[in-house]
Design a protein around this ligand. Structure first.
Ligand code: DAH
Length: 374
């Protein structure tokens, strides 16, 4: 019995000392295996007296169970320890790099419109809108284009099928050839509400798509125009000149940009003027807006059409030309953008080429001028 007790102490410390699973298994085999120490002791039972066999047999069975339990718990402890070590040392990277984000840009047309809104907003103009599908009356007749007048053909109109619900010139639908038609709608709208609002002043700017059957480096069938209209009592050509000069100088960020008014004809204004801005041609052939310095030749380019609203146009909208006068002007937005941002070909504006957009477009968060209009 004492031997068995001593053996238990010895085996217990062997099991405890087995500090990995392999060593523990070696201990197990050496104790409980076919040739193991307890197995060997079991085999000695046969040579014992029945009395001795009974007590020793029992004691050996107890020892065997105890040792097996000890091995099992040591095994569990070692497995737990091994798992903890793995958890502490092994890492698994479950992150995945995000897809590169492509940032869009603001189209030069949108950027230019925002700059114009800022400039004219500061002068007290409101943004107005009108439909792209117009009728002959708003696009031509009300603007004092006489029927059959060659000026109607000047603009290479896209005509649409007649609208059976309307009559005469209002049934003749077309894609507006200019935003001047919005002037008519603004004036009509103002007069419709005149009894509540008292009529003019009208102080509007309008931006929108316009259409003409034309296509080359400087013409596309669809392009954008801006239209400005100011109607009030005592409006003169001086107001037109002041407003236009401030606008172009502010838009091109050039305080001394030369501005020239040249008499011209548009059916809806009298007098009418085309406005030119000054530039110089640099030795490499490129152009630079601004005043010519000594030795340079001052050159001029036309940028817009303007004039004093024709009395017939006021009358067509129900406004008395004896009481009210107005000025108006219209210009191409692409043309302004091309000049300001050095874009050579008009057609590229509408090709939706992302390379073009990332080159000429504007970072939405870092845009020039839009906050100040300067
Ligand atoms: N509508 C003219 C065009 O498309 C531009 C224009 C000229 C607009 C004179 C005006 C103006 O308001 O007064 O060519």
């Amino acid at each position: 019995m004492t031997d068995i007790h001593a053996l238990k102490v010895e085996l217990s410390s062997e099991i405890e000392a087995a500090n990995d699973l392999q060593k523990l298994d070696e201990v197990r085999v050496s104790v409980l295996g076919k040739k193991g120490r307890i197995t060997a002791l079991m085999k000695t039972l046969g040579g014992m007296s029945p009395e001795e066999r009974k007590t020793t047999g029992q004691a050996l069975n107890v020892l065997k169970d105890e040792i097996a339990a000890l091995i099992k718990s040591q095994e569990a402890a070692l497995k737990k320890q091994e798992m903890e070590e793995r958890l502490a040392t092994e890492t698994l990277d479950i992150s995945l790099a995000s897809r590169p984000e492509r940032k869009g840009t603001i189209h030069p047309i949108s950027q230019t419109i925002e700059e114009l809104v800022t400039i004219f907003g500061a002068m007290g103009f409101k943004v107005a809108e009108g439909p792209d599908i117009e009728d002959d009356w708003h696009n031509f007749t009300a603007l004092n284009f006489p029927p059959g007048h060659p000026a109607r053909e000047m603009q290479d109109t896209f005509f649409l099928p007649e609208d059976p619900r309307e009559e005469g010139e209002k049934a003749k639908k077309l894609l507006r050839t200019h935003t001047s038609s919005v002037q008519i709608r603004n004036m009509q709208e103002t007069m419709k509400n005149a009894s509540q609002d008292g009529g003019p002043p009208i102080k509007t700017i309008c931006f929108g798509r316009t259409y003409r059957s034309d296509y080359d480096m400087t013409h596309t069938p669809m392009f954008h125009q801006m239209e400005c209209l100011f109607v009030d009592k005592d409006v003169t050509m001086a107001h037109l000149k002041g407003c236009l000069t401030d606008f172009v100088r502010s838009f091109f960020n050039l305080d001394d940009l030369p501005v020239r008014f040249r008499p011209s004809f548009f059916p809806f204004v009298e007098p009418g003027a085309e406005v030119d801005i000054g530039y110089i041609k640099k030795p490499d052939g490129s152009i630079q807006l601004g005043k010519a310095k000594e030795g340079d030749e001052q050159k001029w380019m036309e940028i817009l059409g303007s004039g004093m609203v024709h009395p017939n146009v006021l009358k067509n909208c129900g406004i008395d030309p004896e009481t009210y006068q107005g000025f108006a002007f219209g210009t191409g937005i692409e043309r302004l953008a091309m000049l300001k941002y050095g874009i050579p070909d008009l057609r590229t504006f509408f090709e939706c080429d992302v390379r073009w957009l990332s080159h000429y477009g504007f970072d939405p968060l870092e845009r020039p001028n839009s906050a100040t209009g300067q």
